[in-house]
Design a protein around this ligand. Structure first.
Ligand code: C2E
Ligand code: MG
Ligand code: MG
Ligand code: MG
Length: 279
């Protein structure tokens, strides 16, 4: 907006800022009661082996529907939960519910899977995660190997000096560790060397719009896969929406695929039905 648009420009901006602040305020206010009102739920998106397309695990993704605000995306409310500290109780609930789902799958005879939990920087840094994970593993009589913890590089930008200890602790309880959304933001390759990641998740922005005839785009994906393998990591591609992409990624040696081509995130009963149909 140019300056010569007159005196209304300024108030336009103020209104716009106020609206934004109001929305954030509303979200924080409503989020405060979301747990007790049972407005939160987890959905699960299958991950499959790129060669067999067999089920190898599911990522737990949070959903929130509020009576006033309607459906609110996690991309909108998770950052607010982080800032306000609400991520601590909500994160504990996610860990509990994710472990509960892992127990449920085991009880139904599935054994080769992980349930992946997204964990925010603050959860890791405040040392909450390990305590909560151990409690949930115990509660559901679960081995840590059924759980994968997904963190983003945002964790390293917080400047915490204990991140390495926290991440090692996750490994000590036998859970695995994934670096999510790799390739976006300020990703630095040194994180892959300095921290004990088992899995690298290539961000969906590299996959969804991938033109498999564009040598630059395919070269980039190929290089990420190679680098991950050189560092003994499994590679997950997220945002796989087409057969063409699934085939390409398999050819490139990417072992694990996740995306709408295989399945959308599903509530527990739908996941169980999908698994039955998929066997
Ligand atoms: P993420 O962890 O990278 O999750 C992947 C996102 O991609 C999910 O969006 C998923 O629904 C979406 N997705 C999966 N496959 C496809 C596809 O083929 N095409 C397209 N267009 N999208 C696909 P969602 O559920 O909206 O979550 C967004 C982000 O919010 C997550 O990104 C994660 O950063 C955060 N988030 C979600 N659940 C949680 C949670 O329980 N805890 C924390 N801390 N963050 C969460
Ligand atoms: Mg994730
Ligand atoms: Mg991701
Ligand atoms: Mg993401």
């Amino acid at each position: 907006r140019s300056i010569n648009k007159g005196p209304n420009t300024y108030s336009y901006h103020i209104d716009h800022i106020n609206e934004h602040t109001q929305r954030q305020y509303d979200i924080e206010y409503e989020l405060r009661h979301a747990l007790e009102k049972s407005e939160l739920s987890l959905v699960f998106q299958p991950k499959v082996d790129s060669t067999t397309h067999g089920f190898i695990g599911a990522e737990a993704l949070i959903r929130w529907t509020n009576e006033k605000l309607g459906f609110v995306s996690p991309t909108e409310f998770i950052p607010i939960a982080e800032k306000s500290g609400l991520i601590i109780p909500i994160g504990s609930w996610i860990i509990d519910q994710g472990c509960k789902q892992a127990r449920n799958l085991l009880d139904r005879g599935y054994d080769n899977f992980t349930v992946a939990l997204n964990v925010s920087p603050r959860q890791v840094i405040q040392d909450i995660i390990l305590e909560k994970l151990e409690a949930a593993l115990h509660k559901y009589d679960l081995d840590g190997r059924y759980i994968e913890v997904e963190v983003t590089e945002g964790l390293f930008l917080e400047g915490s000096t204990t991140v390495d200890v926290q991440l090692e602790a996750i490994k000590i309880i036998n859970a695995s560790l994934a670096l999510d959304d790799f390739g976006t933001g300020y990703s630095s390759i040194s994180y892959l060397r300095d921290y004990p990641f088992d899995t690298l998740k290539i961000d969906q922005s590299f996959i969804r719009t991938l033109d498999i005839h564009d040598p630059d785009a395919t070269g980039l994906v190929r290089a990420i896969v190679k680098m991950g393998h050189a560092l003994n990591m499994k590679i997950v591609a997220e945002g796989v929406e087409t057969k063409e992409h699934a085939d390409f990624l398999k050819e490139e040696g990417c072992q694990i695929l996740q995306g709408y081509y295989f399945a959308k995130p599903m509530a527990e009963p739908d996941l169980l039905n999908w698994l039955k149909a998929h066997d």
